[in-house]
Design a binder for this molecule. Structure first.
Ligand code: 5GP
Length: 114
């Protein structure tokens, strides 16, 4: 895949407000937050979309969800509620083609999503 802006954030070539990092993932605040808490959890492995994940990525995908849960506790939204979103391809509105999970919370949310 061609390189995305998130690879530059992972390499610290452009700044971001990083809230968590380990050897497999990085999490940082979205530059255009859609809720009081809006964090992106990004695997360091550059997978373009969820469609490109394979069986080999099973553990990594689970780690992304558990990282989101940890951050929800850290941000004090775990009990109130939060939403995880993985936009995949154009109709879903994916704009950055490096797999990421949005963690959104801190306000009531409606359903269905727009
Ligand atoms: P997508 O639309 O692909 O699901 O989500 C991409 C997200 O990345 C958007 O919410 C957008 O605001 C965020 N984003 C795009 N460029 C940057 C950036 O340079 N820094 C940060 N922190 N977020 C970004």
């Amino acid at each position: 895949m061609s390189e995305s802006i998130f690879s530059k954030i992972i390499r610290r070539e452009i700044p971001a407000t990083i809230v968590y990092e380990d050897e497999r993932v990085i999490a940082f605040r979205d530059i255009a937050p859609q809720a009081p808490v809006h964090i992106l959890i990004v695997p360091k492995k550059p997978i373009a979309t969820l469609n490109d994940a394979t069986e080999e990525d099973r553990e990594l995908l689970g780690h992304i969800l558990l990282t989101a849960q940890r951050l929800a506790h850290q941000e004090n939204i775990a009990d109130r509620g939060y939403r995880l979103v993985i936009n995949t391809n154009s109709e879903a509105g994916q704009t950055v083609f490096h797999l990421h999970c949005h963690l959104l919370g801190g306000r009531p949310m409606s359903w269905p999503p727009g």
